[in-house]
Every structure is written in structure tokens, then in C-alpha cells.
Design a protein around this ligand. Structure first.
Ligand code: FES
Ligand code: FE
Length: 415
């Protein structure tokens, strides 16, 4: 049986409500199938509009074997381009981020415009057609301050996601925010283990003393449904919606993305030890209340997010190998907030820096345990791990459809 058929058989024979078989978490051949069928085909969150505010600002991102440049053009448009020169294939942009009037390949100085078109190729002869050798473009969409790319030749429709998330996100004006701090940690575990850990708070009380001061471990908050039956959460939605902030739990049909607003513990405003705001200036001039809890968004496979009244914490997941995953965290504040005056950086980043490191450790311990041939899939808690069950069901259904060639998973949003 080839690896494709083997994976399909394991997906079809898996026990619902149990973790996956060992190869899904450790096998390089399974990882390659994940790359080809998820990472090279889906919309992926890569960064924020506010990171590239001016023409020529760019950043690069690595997805499996691909390197992509995300750049703002002279016309203000954000585009994504394959970072592979059309001469002999060199990387064109070598830095993770930067600013450039033109994109110049370091090898033989072929020079590209910010939209990817080839402007100049030195001594290639009079009849050389530069128009045939522009940098290849990558599908790119910006929504609510978030930039997504898709490496697929024929990307899925982005519109349903935009329609769902923008009403929630536009009031927070993340397009006009700034990144106060960012960190990238490498977790020695498969990307699905990083997500499984994220989608439950069964582990929180024993592992996250700082986060647990403000973030509820209730399954209605961390799980994927049931929030509408929790009177405290419903009251919070009503309070926030009364000031123009969409809040009620919303999920797309396939379960790939959901957005909802949740209250924090003790009426906390922010993810600080005290629960008080970390930034004196609100993230958005458009939001007129402090106690709005946290706006939660996930979009598989790349991002989960917490948007508060005073700042936002956004997360990007990118796989590195079958057993390594990069998690990038960004703390966004109002563009005019000044470090040392409006916020103390150590206070702003403390809770999630500690939480990330705690999560890294438990994901790595989980990954090491699965390396043992004695590992066998175990049961998720129906009470606390509904979010993990939902993630694994999404992954399994998604992969099964793609491996069996039965078409794209449905991505219609529901109100
Ligand atoms: Fe880029 Fe030669 S490889 S100019
Ligand atoms: Fe955690």
C-alpha cells in the first residue's frame, strides 16, 4: 500500500473522539501529505497589513519548500510573490523583512518592480522579453488587518471568510495598529499537536498560572460550541453588541474557522496579572468600552487570536518538519501608543510569553511520548476537549476528502 492509501485507510478506520495514529504526528511521509493537501492548498495567515505600511515594505515567509515575499506596491496594494528569481532561481529577498524601492536579485541583479514584473535584466540581449519573466504571483487577500496567502493554483473562495470575520474585526482597526513586539518559538512537535494543545484548556490549571488569572478554562470558552447556552457569555455578547461589536459565536460549515467574543475572569480587561489594562491607550479609537473581554478567532491551520480592548495578541503556526513547528506571536497596540509612557513592554508581553513557553514544553513532552512505540491513540475528554475533537474531525474529514479526490471541503459560512 502506498503512503497515500495508508493515510486514507488510517483516517477511515480511526476511532472518533481519540487522538490519531502515531504516523500522523511523527512520519515525514505523512508530513509531506499534510504539506501537499493542506499547507500548499489552503488560505494561510502570514502577517498583518500594519507590518508593511508603506510602498516597498515587505516580509518573507517560508511554507514547506516555498518562500514567499509579501510586499506593498507603489499603488498601496499588498501582493505575494514567489521568492524565486526567474533567471536561475535564486532567492531574491534574503531578509525576513525590509524595505526596498525595487526587488533586486543578489545573484545577477535582475531587477523587479514591487508588483513582480521584471524591469531590468543586465546584458540578456536586445530581443530579450522581460515581460515573460516576472516573479510568479501567489494568491493574496487582506481582511480586517490580516494578510492571507494561498499557494494553490486555483485557490478556494476567500469571500466567505472575509464576510464572517470583518464585521467582528473592523471595529478594532488592526490595519492601523502597530506591532509592539513579536517572538517566534520553535516547538519540537508536529503542527497538529500544537493545535490540539491550543484547542483545550484541560491543561490550563496545572500549567498556566499567569493566564489562569484572567482567561476562563470553561469549555464553553475554549471549545467550539455550547457558548450560546452559557448565560454569562450570552450576557457578555449582548453588552458588547449594544456598543456595536459583533460578538455571538459564529463558525463556518466545515469548522475551519470561527469567531466569538468571550468575557475574561473577574471582569478583567487585559491579559495582565492584575487584570488591569496593559496599554493606557485603547487599541482602537472606535471601541468605547474597556471590558469587552477577548475576541477569539481561529482559522486552521495557521492562526488563533485574542483581541482585547487595549491590545491584540495574534499567533501564526507554520510547520517546519514532521516534528517541529514555528509559532510566531505578535502583540499589537494603537499606532500612537508609546512604550514607557502608554505601556511597559515587560508587562504587555509577560503573560503570553510565559504561557507560550509552558505550551511549548507540554507540546514537546506530548511529542516525545508519542515517539514511543508503546503509544496508542487515547480518548479525548468529552467535557473539556470538545475543541480538540472538533479540530481532529476537521483535519480528518478535510484530508479524507482531498486524498480520495472527492472535491473541496465546503467552506460556506453560517451566520
Ligand atoms: Fe537572479 Fe541570476 S538568479 S539574477
Ligand atoms: Fe496552553
Amino acid at each position: 500500500m502506498d503512503i497515500h492509501d495508508e493515510m486514507l485507510a488510517r483516517l477511515r478506520n480511526r476511532k472518533p473522539g481519540f487522538s490519531l495514529d502515531r504516523p500522523f504526528y511523527i512520519d515525514p511521509a505523512y508530513y509531506q501529505l499534510d504539506l501537499e493537501h493542506v499547507w500548499y492548498r489552503d488560505w494561510l495567515f502570514v502577517g498583518h497589513d500594519c507590518e508593511i505600511p508603506a510602498p516597498g515594505n515587505y516580509f518573507t515567509v517560508e511554507v514547506g519548500a516555498y518562500s514567499v515575499i509579501v510586499v506593498r506596491g507603489d499603488d498601496g496594494q499588498i501582493r505575494a510573490l514567489h521568492n524565486s528569481c526567474r533567471h536561475r532561481g535564486s532567492r531574491v529577498c534574503l531578509e525576513h523583512k525590509g524595505a526596498a524601492a525595487k526587488l533586486v536579485c543578489p545573484y545577477h541583479q535582475w531587477t523587479y518592480d514591487l508588483d513582480g514584473s521584471l524591469l531590468f535584466a543586465r546584458q540578456m540581449g536586445d530581443d530579450f522579453d522581460t515581460s515573460a519573466f516576472g516573479l510568479k504571483s501567489v494568491a493574496c487577500e487582506a481582511a480586517g488587518g490580516y494578510i492571507f496567502i494561498s499557494l494553490a493554483k486555483d485557490p478556494m473562495d476567500f469571500a466567505p471568510f472575509r464576510a464572517m470575520m470583518e464585521p467582528f474585526f473592523l471595529p478594532h482597526r488592526l490595519r492601523e495598529a502597530k506591532v509592539a513586539f513579536e517572538s517566534t518559538i520553535i516547538e519540537k512537535g508536529n503542527w497538529k499537536l500544537v493545535w490540539e494543545n491550543n484547542r483545550e484548556c484541560y491543561h490550563c490549571a496545572a500549567n498556566h498560572p499567569e493566564l489562569c488569572k484572567t482567561f476562563p478554562e470553561a469549555p464553553t470558552v475554549t471549545g467550539v460550541s455550547g457558548a450560546q447556552d452559557d448565560p454569562e457569555i450570552v450576557a457578555h455578547w449582548e453588552k458588547c453588541e449594544a456598543i456595536g461589536l459583533p460578538s455571538a459565536f459564529t463558525i463556518d460549515e466545515s469548522g475551519q474557522y470561527r469567531v466569538t467574543r468571550v468575557p475574561l475572569l473577574r471582569d478583567a480587561i487585559s491579559y495582565t496579572i492584575s487584570g488591569r489594562k496593559a496599554v493606557q491607550m485603547r487599541l482602537s479609537d472606535n471601541v468605547h468600552m474597556d471590558r469587552i473581554g477577548s475576541l477569539l478567532l481561529y482559522h486552521y491551520p495557521t492562526t488563533w487570536n485574542h483581541i482585547l480592548s487595549d491590545h491584540a495578541v495574534t499567533f501564526r503556526v507554520l510547520p517546519i518538519s514532521a516534528t517541529e513547528t514555528a509559532v510566531t506571536t505578535k502583540w499589537l497596540v494603537h499606532k500612537d501608543a508609546v512604550e514607557g509612557i502608554d505601556y511597559r513592554l515587560d508587562e504587555l508581553i509577560h503573560v503570553w510569553t510565559e504561557t507560550n513557553d509552558q505550551d511549548r514544553r507540554i507540546v514537546e513532552d506530548n511529542a516525545r511520548g508519542i515517539q514511543s512505540p508503546a503509544y496508542q491513540p487515547g480518548p479525548y475528554s468529552q467535557i473539556h476537549e470538545g475543541g480538540v475533537i472538533q479540530f481532529i474531525n476537521w483535519y480528518a474529514e478535510f484530508m479524507e476528502k482531498r486524498l480520495s479526490g472527492s472535491g473541496q471541503p465546503s467552506l460556506r459560512s453560517v451566520a
